[in-house]
Ligand binder design. Structure first.
Ligand code: ARG
Length: 456
């Protein structure tokens, strides 16, 4: 049933109705739609635009509809044009004339703009809470492995020694920024478009501040055209979600590598891994691969929204109905990824002995070896060159800096003495890296405490 019958002589073509309808994806906003209508009706009555009797019938009717949808007693008609139309039609069927007064001084254009904001506000809260949970899992692990030495990489080449705790906390920092980005976008979104009406406000004496307050907005949108045309918040949120996915994807990529026999730095719990249909030995990190794969999907949602908006003249255009599938998909995807990733990470076992073995190869203490010469007064660039020659020599001889005899050191640079072996000991290399933000175990514990404080 369409609400806009009067002007039309024919029923809407069936295919066109299906094409036009958004109810299959906007019915998830039924609670928000009803809350928006309740606030609007209360305002209409407070301003003397509808009577108190109308208001009490509307309130009763809407609350009953909400309860009936919730309990499954009322099924949402799949042929309805959208959730707004459906609820208004149902209300009128239940209470008659008062139901027909609800839409006074309102348009679906400001109605949908309110609903989607209210809906996304809750979604932001959920993702925020999941990020908090993930950061807690990360910090607990980081504390546990504060002194587990592992190789740090650049260009996927072993570079310098770090600790596993330090590596994990890098992700905690990213996720803290993600929380900030999300709440920042949420706060910018939290202004009420209600009362913008179709595009040009209204001649009724409405009270926009009242509905805004009732619905928990921080204020009202100041321009009625902007009120109904703005979808910046969808784009900002999809962008914040894309960055979250990018972070989860990089983390996933590392876990995939760490699970391989080439690394074997970690072992995933059986409950969060899958097998192969033919290769009996396989244990695959599917969750992380799916997270990596689904990242593209969320980026796609962002691009959908940006492209949808770029050519739209003011004010509302039907193109904007496409906002919902994109932004809902982005939130659904991030939530399901986080909900799976969190317990997977929580139950993941680290294998510090293997990390340590990997750290022992690849000359990741070469910088420390050069620094030893610097301590003896050798300029860094000369120390760098001498150490490079030592590394080349070790590669030739098939040995390590730790094993190379002192006379070989001395042949390349006379300033070397016994002390070099202590300097290049991996634990000392890591323990000495106490510079702010560095990987030393006591730094890791301090960083973890700071993250926990910020994550409260
Ligand atoms: N289903 C529409 C949407 O999601 C609601 C707004 C319709 N407004 C209109 N003038 N047709 O955008």
């Amino acid at each position: 049933m369409q609400l806009w019958k009067g002007r039309f002589k024919k029923e809407l073509d069936e295919k066109t109705n299906d094409f036009n309808s958004s109810v299959s994806f906007d019915s998830r906003m039924y609670k928000q739609d009803i809350d928006g209508s309740l606030a609007h009706a209360a305002m209409l009555s407070a301003q003397g635009i509808i009577s108190c009797e109308d208001l009490s019938q509307i309130v009763k009717g809407l609350n009953e509809i909400k309860a009936d949808i919730q309990s499954g007693r009322l099924l949402i008609d799949p042929n309805a044009e959208d959730i707004h139309t459906f609820i208004e039609g149902e209300l009128t069927a239940r209470i008659g004339a008062a139901g027909k007064r609800l839409h006074t001084a309102r348009s679906r254009n400001d109605q949908v703009a309110v609903d989607i904001r209210l809906y996304l506000r809750d979604e932001c809260g959920e993702v925020y809470a999941l990020l908090t949970e993930l950061i807690n899992v990360i910090t607990a692990k980081a504390e546990k492995y504060a002194s587990a030495v592992m190789p740090g990489y650049t260009h996927m080449q072993r570079a310098q020694p770090i600790t596993f705790g330090h590596h994990l906390l890098a992700y905690a920092e990213m996720l803290l920024r993600d929380k900030d980005r999300l709440s920042d976008a949420r706060n910018r979104m939290n202004y009420s478009p209600l009362g913008s009406c179709a595009l040009a406000g209204t001649t009724y004496n409405i009270d926009r501040e009242m509905t805004a307050k009732e619905l928990g907005f921080d204020g009202v949108m100041q321009n009625s055209l902007d009120g109904v045309s703005d979808r910046d918040f969808c784009i900002e949120l999809a962008s914040a979600l894309s960055v979250i996915m990018m972070h989860l994807s990089r983390f996933s990529e590392e876990i995939i590598l760490w699970c391989s026999w080439e690394f074997k730095f970690v072992e995933l719990d059986d409950a969060f891994s899958t097998g192969s249909s033919i290769m009996p030995q396989k244990k695959n990190p599917d969750i992380t691969e799916l997270v990596r794969g689904k990242t593209g999907r969320v980026y796609g949602d962002l691009i959908t929204l940006l492209t949808m908006m770029k050519g739209l003249p003011l004010a509302y255009n039907k193109d904007m109905q496409e906002d919902k599938e994109a932004i809902f998909d982005a939130f659904d995807t991030v939530k399901i990824c986080l909900k799976t990733f969190i317990p997977m990470l929580d139950t993941m076992t680290a294998l510090p002995d293997n990390m340590r073995k990997a750290a022992a190869g690849g000359f990741i203490n070469a910088t420390d070896c050069a620094d030893y010469l610097v301590g003896k007064g050798v300029p860094f660039r000369d120390a760098y060159k001498a150490t490079g020659e030592l590394v080349a020599l070790c590669i030739d001889k098939g040995t390590t800096l730790e094993e190379l005899p002192l006379d070989e050191y001395k042949k390349i640079c006379a300033e070397f003495d016994e002390g070099v072996y202590e300097k290049i000991n991996l634990d000392n290399c890591v323990n000495g890296r106490t510079s702010l933000g560095g990987p030393a175990p006591q730094n890791v514990l301090r960083q973890a405490a700071r993250v926990k404080e910020l994550n409260k």
